[in-house]
Ligand binder design. Sequence first.
Ligand SMILES: [Zn+2]
Ligand SMILES: [Zn+2]
Length: 372
Amino acid sequence: MPTTTRAAVLWGVGEDWKIEDVELDDPKAGDVLVSMRAAGMCHSDEHAVTGDLPVPLPVIGGHEGAGVVEAVGPGVKNVAVGDHVAVSFVPSCGRCKYCSTGRQYICDDGAKLFDLGMMSDGRNAHHCHGTPVGRYAQVGTFSDTILVNENSVVKVEPDLPFDAVALVSCGVGTGFGAATERAGTKPGDTVAVIGIGGIGINAVQGARIAGAKRVIAIDPVELKREKAMEFGATHTYTSLEEALLAVPELTWGEMCDRVILSPGVVHGDMVEPALNLTAKGGTLVVTGLAPMLETDAQMNLFMFSMLNKEVKGTIYGSSNPRAAIPGLLSLYREGVLKLDELVTRRYTLDQVNQGYQDMRDGLNIRGVIELG
Ligand SMILES: [Zn+2]
Ligand SMILES: [Zn+2]
């Protein structure tokens, strides 16, 4: 029996999300049907709306979430009916070269993230008004029920709150991993985070937990600077320009050992000032999405090589979802990682456009859609 679900669908660039009835196939080999409970409202979905990320449309939004497995297709071994799961926008097949060398975050299945058809067999298993509909990052969590590949779900302990489980599947893991795994923050480091959204705030707490002696948070919005202090920042500045004036004195001229660049939208002209904030021998990690067709970035190559700096990209904080999701949740359980405090507002599925407007207006660290 096919399932009908309510879901937030984007039909065209610049349009609002529309709540539609979407028909889902029964799960086939490798597929899992998940009854959703919570979905985080990440900035990345907004990139589909603005066109910065040209995803095939129509598409169901949402790529972080939590729910309960309702049915499984033949041969599914990772999860069973009744399991609580995090929905991961980073698939991990466990068998490709990258998964088998501890780099699930660049699993070969990632190449299928914006395919219209299912990751398992390529068939169109989601239809709206008779039209095949895609799912953002093969998951599309702004939906009461989702049909996904078993490689896109990670089993979690059933007593954990669904909000917390939803958040670690993208924004938290990305920010935390950017500061810890990718930037390699060590005890005593000075770390700067540029842009305190859903990723940046978690880079702040990642740097704190990794033992940074100074965590510098840079954002024009006062609420976000205040939040950053709650999450472990030691200093805040309203702009990169202001930080570049103050940080030399603060660090006796050394500048920042690690810099995380995590604005809402990354642009090429941010790289040079971010590198100026980076210490000699330091690391700049670029996370968050840039417009897909932008190829130009400015940097002083003389200073880059002479001062032995490095620039790194990262997806999901270069963390492995099957280790990072339960790992972050255990830090949350022990009171080390803050997750409840990240949620600034909750919305129903029907309020999805309001939620994104609040994000644009700088009112949200993280909005969460309550489902089911
Ligand atoms: Zn995200
Ligand atoms: Zn893989």
